[in-house]
Design a protein around this ligand. Structure first.
Ligand code: NOJ
Ligand code: MG
Length: 531
């Protein structure tokens, strides 16, 4: 795809909405969200105005890791429905003008996958080299000190082969061997299977760990690790994570995608801002959108935010397009951190920055971390690495559509408890014209309406007085965004005249304004300057 074609690509002006089908809408009362349930809610997505849905894995899976342990990449898990249900969802989304992105998990399979079942039987079967197998270390133990993200050694003994296999994540998630041509081709065929079925792109899982060091060198201890560091992170993953060789795999994945028109490749990458540029690629393209979680990692004040946003933009290579993510199935709910008032500031920020916004279902109405009683914990991360606040169930809990016991999500027992605060639900906020949900909806519509917001340049301004502000410009249009990050009124010093397009409080739209102006506590305003 030429640079010019890319600059018009749909995903640049899209708003992407992540859905974990398991927690979105149940249709058959088994307590697990499913595809027919999602189908019933497409009107809501249309009403909200999102342009694309990214679905977390719906493939066949023993479900040890939220569906990221896949036993058949080309089959729908019966819990979610059938291939016909999938096609219905795809068609209904497309009819609503919404793109569909699927999760693509190239690094590992479930140990129940037929490939692994075969690979584990002997050292000379046709799939013997499809996974990362290695001889025992000198003392008969694991080949080296590599750890699993989910705790303990990353190596597991297999008696039939008298060898170890490597798993970056759970023991039941063996890593595929991406050095093997046949594996690459098999995974390319998985991509083609879904691309041929009309999906509009993929979110690539764990792309930074696709290749591990060939010499199996030990990872060094991380000198910065302390008592608060979860044990799996006590070693710096120098030889397991973000290897230069992994970039070649991403280029390969991209080349498969590029045989099709207008598809998007986004994905989970090495999260440090200074590494993000590499995932865009140089001569050979890698991802369109390496996912950027910087807004979740920053301190929440005007100076820190400005530094975070600037550092991120500076890390993006020429021609690369930015993105901002404010939630996801691995991240604590941001509304629990920020509270209602500053969540509104975040909404304005997300929808006015230059870069494709990503939000996780529930973020649009301020869903918070849900309390999970110990006997209902499902996340293996929490079960295996206890005491570090790693549980991901609180953000994965089913959506609350209304204030009833099962929240309109299911008629049965939900697979995880719902938010105890029944008043925080979609239906209530749809009725309340100044709710966070309406703010998101208005902002999404505004972003679609104003090319300056979706495509314009970002012009930094100097943060002052607890106000983070910037301008967006396109041709002759200029839009100013001012965000008061504190709970007191603040003077915002800008010069000129304009009209308010939207504000956090949803009560001064179309006001004629003149700078300098006062912002109320926790107020954010978007102004179109007179020209
Ligand atoms: C990344 C996914 O986002 C996470 O949820 C999962 O646990 C790991 N990959 C392992 O598949
Ligand atoms: Mg169900």
């Amino acid at each position: 795809m030429s640079a010019k074609e890319t600059s018009r690509a749909w995903w640049r002006s899209a708003v992407v909405y992540e859905i974990a089908a398991i927690s979105f809408q149940d249709s058959d009362g088994d307590g697990y969200g499913d595809l027919p349930g999602l189908l019933q809610r497409i009107d809501y997505l249309k009403w909200l105005g999102v342009s694309a849905v990214w679905l977390t894995p719906i493939y066949k899976s023993p479900d040890q890791d939220f569906g990221y342990d896949i036993s058949d990449f080309c089959g729908i898990d019966p819990r979610y429905g059938t291939m016909q249900d999938f096609e219905r969802v795809r068609d209904a989304l497309h009819a609503a003008g919404i793109k569909l992105i699927l999760d693509f998990v190239p690094n590992h399979t479930s140990d129940q996958h037929a490939w692994f079942q075969e690979s584990r039987t002997s050292r000379n079967n046709p799939k013997a080299d499809w996974y990362v197998w290695a001889e025992a270390g000198p003392n008969g133990g694991p080949p080296n000190n590599w750890l699993s993200r989910f705790g303990g050694s990353g190596w597991e003994w297999c008696e039939a082969r008298r060898q170890f296999y490597y798993h970056s994540f759970l023991t039941s998630q063996p890593d595929l061997n991406w050095r093997n041509e046949a594996v690459r081709e098999a995974m390319a065929n998985v991509m083609r299977f879904w691309l041929d079925r009309g999906v509009d792109g993929f979110r690539v899982d764990a792309s930074a760990v696709l290749i591990k060091d060939e010499l199996l060198r030990d990872n060094p201890r991380d000198p910065e690790a302390d008592d608060n560091t979860p044990p799996p992170q006590k070693y710096a993953p120098v030889f397991t994570d973000d290897r230069p060789e992994a970039m070649g795999c991403i280029e390969f994945i991209r080349s498969v995608l590029d045989d099709y028109d207008e598809r998007l490749l986004c994905g989970e990458v090495q999260g440090k801002t200074d590494r993000i540029g590499h995932f865009y690629g140089n001569d050979k393209p890698r991802m369109h959108l390496p996912l950027n979680f910087a807004l979740l990692d920053t301190e929440w004040n005007a100076i820190a935010l400005q530094a975070t946003v600037d550092a991120y933009y500076n890390a993006i290579p020429d021609g690369g397009w930015p993105d901002f993510v404010i939630g996801g199935h691995d991240k604590h709910r941001v509304a629990s951190e920020l509270g209602e008032a500053q969540s509104r500031i975040l909404a304005i920020l997300l929808m006015t920055l230059r870069g494709t916004p990503f939000l996780f279902a529930g973020d649009e109405f301020g869903a918070e971390q849900v309390k999970i009683p110990p006997d209902r914990i499902r996340d293996p991360f929490e079960k295996l690495v206890k005491g570090f606040g790693l549980n991901r169930d609180p953000e994965r809990a089913p959506l609350r559509w209304d204030d009833t016991g099962q929240g309109g999500f299911t008629t049965g027992e939900p697979w995880l408890p719902l938010d105890e605060d029944r008043s925080r639900n979609i239906e209530a906020q749809r009725r309340e014209k100044r709710s966070l949900l309406h703010l998101y909806r208005e902002l999404i519509a505004l972003r679609h309406r104003e090319p300056c917001l979706s495509r314009g340049e970002y012009r930094p301004r100097r943060a002052h007085n607890d106000i983070f502000w910037f301008a967006r410009t396109l041709d002759k249009a200029e839009i100013l965004v001012g965000l008061n990050l504190c709970r007191e009124p603040r003077l915002w010093e800008w010069q000129g005249r304009g009209v308010t397009l939207i504000s956090t409080h949803l009560d001064r739209e179309q006001d004629k304004v003149e700078g300098p102006m006062h912002l109320r506590p926790n107020e954010g305003v978007v102004i179109k300057l007179n020209r």
